[in-house]
Design a protein around this ligand. Structure first.
Ligand code: NOJ
Ligand code: CA
Length: 706
């Protein structure tokens, strides 16, 4: 795909104001609904106030830093200079939820200086959009602040004016795989999750939340707090002051240093972001996070094609087969089982079976986990460095033959690199590993970081790992490899700059339904995820489980949705790589619903969020690039509901052949998850439809152009 930026209009009205009176301290979004006021108080403390529709949403919130071996940046500032600019461009996503993205904002740059010695400088830049704001700190080149800067804490505040209904996960420094909580902001209690049995790594030191954290107000205001362009810095959690309804940045640290971030002057921080809308659907349509990132630095990435994929994966989570060649790992406890078995999943024969199935069903890729040596020493093994090598297949996996067979059938093999969080081993082997992929024409890798980070003392979300994840992706791009990381750092829109960062996990994925001892993901999980985690970027959730109860494998586990909802997820949850996660035999037993997976697109021209309430339900329509077919998906939580659909988003003068996959009359996520009704009708722009979603249910519609 050709990537280019078409700048429709960049009207740069640069106002620079030096004299005290003319200083600009207010900036409004293009539609003037979002307003930021910036100033310093009488102690010289910098602060901002944010209003939306004439209502204060963030009241006086202070900004600043603490450093190791240097006085803090928190007061004693004067405003030296302010300037504003207008920006309006339309850029194109090489793959994505939509082709054209409008990036239209007003900018305020404030240049601060300390009043007294050491008279250092700090700039703060606000970009104000119709759908929210981003601001960041710039440490400009200066004589009295040079070389290395050691940040012990960033003090960015979000001082809220209402006790919002808040959808949050704890501020874990090591993993985002928590269920969402719905409480008032004043009731956030993250520390109750400090010990979590289903997680191989977890560390929650404060009453803090991770981002994106989404809030809904009494009058319908929707807010989501996150960050954009997280580069060479630590991830930000938000510490909650439940009494004063105040959020404060709390950066992820390291046990190995007495600071949280080390930078070399001059530098910028990531953007601190607040998405603001007056309804839930607009939150999903907001492109603020990608807009705040720099344009594509990789140029043409057409070697990566969005694709559906199957794989040797769910069978291991179900316990049907294993990753390793000679031992068993028990995924429900993440401990080393250690018994010999003879049920290795990644055999040449098994992978060929997936290739055949994929080729028949319009699925472009097959993921193969457990193909390389090392798995026998994986979980529970402290000294994990040097265990995996990413180039040596097990003896029953003929990689040359599998790749050859895939090519013959038009199916690409997706590489798997479980690093076991042994980062030094992985860094050392990246060139060899990616070169092997290039040799085989493999353009996508799923990487994994299960377990505590090595070197010891580092956390998954600290600066060391932020650099590891970003550097891995940048290196992979040189070998035309796209990356889908599990146990990743959160998405912050870097896919705009590096479009080989295709997808990631970073939430409780489908796998939890296979083995979590807490009953798996409840039906409300994804109607929350769509308005929280999904605002940050693509999700490798791995939908499409048809054998919902899988009693023959695990009596005590199941997927907590109907089969119709599993289909809806291909549209609702966005990712340019979308797994058909179930076993071949489970699909072959259900050819009718399988037709939807065969038809559904994976790369979109347009996305429209038709309705939704955070945590309750959501319906999304997406138009496929190239074909112009539309696909619609809707999901609900544990409550059944009836939705009215209006098809005015369809193209003019077109008649579509619609196949509707909806919950049957008696469907229910637990009592009757397989009850599905499939019906074919014609739909046009002026059509309306009433659809009933069962408890934990959903629906999917393909609208194929005739
Ligand atoms: C955890 C990942 O999320 C999962 O998808 C993968 O199968 C295992 N790690 C093994 O790498
Ligand atoms: Ca995981």
């Amino acid at each position: 795909m050709k990537t280019y930026i078409s700048i429709l209009a960049i009207a740069l009205a640069l106002f620079s104001c030096n004299s005290e009176e003319k200083r600009i301290t207010e900036i409004k979004s293009p539609n003037e609904k979002v307003v930021v006021n910036f100033n310093v108080n009488n102690e010289g403390r910098p602060f901002y106030v944010l209003s939306f529709n004439n209502k204060k949403v963030v009241d006086t919130s202070y900004l600043g830093f603490e450093f190791k071996d240097a006085p803090a940046f928190n007061k004693n500032f004067i405003i030296k200079n302010t300037s504003t600019a207008d920006f309006n461009e339309t850029w194109q996503m090489p793959w994505g939820e939509q082709l054209d993205v409008v990036n239209n904002y007003k900018e305020l740059k404030v240049e601060l200086q300390e009043k007294t010695s050491p008279e250092r400088f700090l700039n703060i830049i606000f970009k104000v959009y119709d759908d929210g704001i981003g601001f960041r700190y710039e440490f400009p080149e200066q004589a009295r602040l040079r070389g290395e800067v050691f940040i012990t804490e960033e003090h960015t505040e979000f001082n809220l004016t209402e006790d919002y209904k808040t959808f949050w996960i704890p501020g874990d420094w090591d993993i985002y795989e928590h269920l969402y909580n719905t409480t008032n902001l004043s009731e956030v209690d993250a520390l109750q999750y400090a010990n979590h049995k289903n997680l191989a790594q977890t560390y929650i030191p404060e009453n803090a939340v991770n981002t994106p954290v989404t809030m809904v107000g009494e009058d319908g205001i929707h807010l989501s707090f996150h960050e954009a362009a997280l580069v060479d810095y630590s991830g930000m959690t938000l510490k909650v002051d439940t009494k004063n309804l105040n959020l404060k940045s709390n950066l992820v640290g390291s046990e190995n240093t007495d600071y949280k971030v080390k930078k070399t002057m001059p530098f910028n921080t990531p953007w601190r972001t607040i998405q603001i809308t007056d309804n839930a659907p607009d939150l999903i349509e907001s492109k603020l996070i990608v807009n705040l990132n720099e344009p594509n630095k990789l140029g043409d990435v057409s070697w990566f094609k969005p694709m559906k994929y199957t794989g040797v994966w769910w069978e291991m989570h179900l316990g049907k087969s294993s990753w390793d060649y000679g031992m068993t790992q028990d995924m429900s406890t993440w401990t080393d089982g250690g018994k010999s078995h003879g049920h290795h999943g990644a055999t040449t024969e098994n992978v060929k079976n997936f290739i055949d199935f994929s080729a028949k069903n319009n699925i472009g890729g097959v993921l193969v986990e457990g193909w390389n040596t090392g798995w026998e020493h994986w979980i529970g093994f402290e000294d994990r460095e040097g265990v995996f090598d990413f180039v040596t297949p097990y003896p029953d996996y003929d990689i040359d033959e599998v790749v050859r067979y895939g090519k013959e059938k038009g199916v690409q093999i997706i590489m798997h690199h479980e690093t076991s969080a042994a980062t030094e081993t992985y860094t050392k082997q990246q060139d060899t590993a990616y070169a092997l992929m290039q040799k085989y024409g493999m353009h996508a890798v799923k990487s994994g970081y299960v377990g505590k980070i090595l070197p010891k003392g580092e956390y998954h979300h600290g600066q060391y790992m932020v650099n590891h994840y970003n550097n891995a992706a940048i290196k992979a791009a040189k070998y035309e490899v796209a990356v889908n990381a599990h146990e990743p750092i959160k998405a912050t829109g870097l896919r705009r700059t590096y479009p080989n960062i295709i997808s990631r996990e970073g939430l409780r994925g489908q796998e939890f339904n296979a083995w979590a001892s807490d009953g798996g993901n409840p039906p409300e999980h994804l109607p929350i995820v769509a308005f929280t985690r999904m605002l940050s970027g693509p999700i490798d959730f791995t939908p499409g489980i048809f054998n919902i109860k899988f009693d023959e494998y695990k009596k005590d586990n199941q997927v907590n949705t109907t089969i119709a909802q599993q289909l809806a997820l291909y549209v609702v949850i966005y990712s340019p790589v979308q797994m058909a996660a179930d076993l071949v035999e489970h699909y072959e037993a259900n050819p009718e619903p399988l037709q939807f997976i065969k038809d559904v697109g994976v790369d979109w021209q347009e996305t429209k969020v038709l309705n939704g309430v955070v945590g309750d339900y959501v319906t999304i329509a997406r138009k496929e690039r190239e074909t112009g077919h539309w696909f619609v998906g809707g999901i609900t939580d544990e409550n059944s509901r009836t939705l009215q659909l209006d098809f005015s988003f369809l193209d003019d003068n077109e008649t579509y052949e619609a196949i509707i996959y909806k919950d049957g009359e008696n469907a229910h996520w637990d009592d009757n998850p397989l009850d599905i009704e499939i019906e074919k009708i014609e739909l046009k722009k002026d059509s309306k439809l009433t659809i009933k979603l069962a408890e934990g249910g959903g629906f999917a519609i393909s609208l194929l152009k005739r």
